[in-house]
Design a binder for this molecule. Sequence first.
Ligand code: FAD
Length: 396
Amino acid sequence: MKDIVIAGAGIGGLTAALALRQQDFNVRVIEQAEYLSEIGAGLQLSPNAMHVMQALGISQPLCAVAFRPKAAQMRHYQSAKLYFSVPLAEACISRYGAQYVHIHRADLQRVLWQACQQAGVSFHFSESVIGYHHADSGVHIHLASGQSWQADCLIGADGIKSKVHSAMLGEQQARFTGQVAWRGTVPSQCLPTGLVSENANLWVGPGRHFVSYYVRSGEAVNFVAVEERSDWQTESWSQLGDVQELRRAFAGWHPAVSDILAATQQCYLWALHDRAPLSRWTDGHVALLGDACHPMLPFLAQGAAMAMEDAYVLAAMLKQFTDIKQALLQYQQRRLPRTSTIQTQALKNAALYHMQNPLQRTKLDILAGLSACGLSDQIAVRKLDYIYNYNVVDRS
Ligand SMILES: Cc1cc2nc3c(=O)[nH]c(=O)nc-3n(C[C@H](O)[C@H](O)[C@H](O)COP(=O)(O)OP(=O)(O)OC[C@H]3O[C@@H](n4cnc5c(N)ncnc54)[C@H](O)[C@@H]3O)c2cc1C
């Protein structure tokens, strides 16, 4: 049985561990954290991600702790003028064959982790991968504790500051995009009834945008507030932000935004980094996955979804090709074009959401004009089709 080591127990690493274990590989996961803690906030999982969760047999426990939004709506930050409304709930099932859900990152991680444990994945916490070198028939993995492990294959799912990435491609810092995201959750009972619609709510304004939606079966509202700002470059799931400063940044916004911030007790501040698409992410028996190879702005809500798709294809290729090098090259070939397109498209959305120039403002005015007759909704659906209407399970 082939022995696979995964660096990182984030969303990508856990999904890869489960997918590989289900294909009968021996899987060991090394995670630098002491344990998987309740950090992060909400994630939107679109139908392309849910196809993977379905194939791995965990869509039911996920849906039990998630929330199904009715639509995705974009509105003006003050007047609430509607730009588009894309139906999600039943529409996603009939159009794409899978659900669209909102879930707390900690809930997603817990469901994945439990499934991995039941499947027999072994976990090694408080340990980090710091590098590797090629061996005759596999790879030697260097750990921060001074140990060296041998395996048939190493997967770097160690996030945006990936050590496996550095060992493979040299030290290349991810670039700061000049944007920060404040993230938090507020118990629904602390908010006026009806304040937050049962949608993915996107509010756009000059230099900023705000997203809100329910998680935890509707018990909490998650928000992500993005601001263009150059004086904060720390990127961490657990860095606390200043709630007063957040309220000031969104002062004067619609009550559906400001009332959520008024009820916020705690928030995290995250500097948004990305990378230009890479030309390769494999090296012999070593491959990268998720944010380690294609970090992206969250403006299409696809970072975790892409890591899940990667994980499924990786396991399928390693099952299909006995030669590991060939399997990893096949994996890269199938994944690189799609993730590169989505990285680039996510960056473009920043200009539109933040009304950065007269052209973008004109585009928004046209969208608002078309929304009355439902035309902007159809345009938005078509623009998302290439992302959502992609079933990686059928294609692998
Ligand atoms: C504001 C914001 C909103 C977002 N919203 C969405 C959304 O709605 N939908 C969506 O699909 N995506 C979203 N994303 C993106 C998504 O969160 C990431 O793309 C996704 O979490 C990446 O998963 P990953 O497993 O690659 O990396 P991570 O989740 O970062 O996991 C990496 C893991 O590796 C561990 N690690 C790091 N270094 C080492 C080492 N050397 N050795 C061992 N372990 C190590 C870390 O501790 C961590 O557990 C959002 C991101 C942000 C910032």
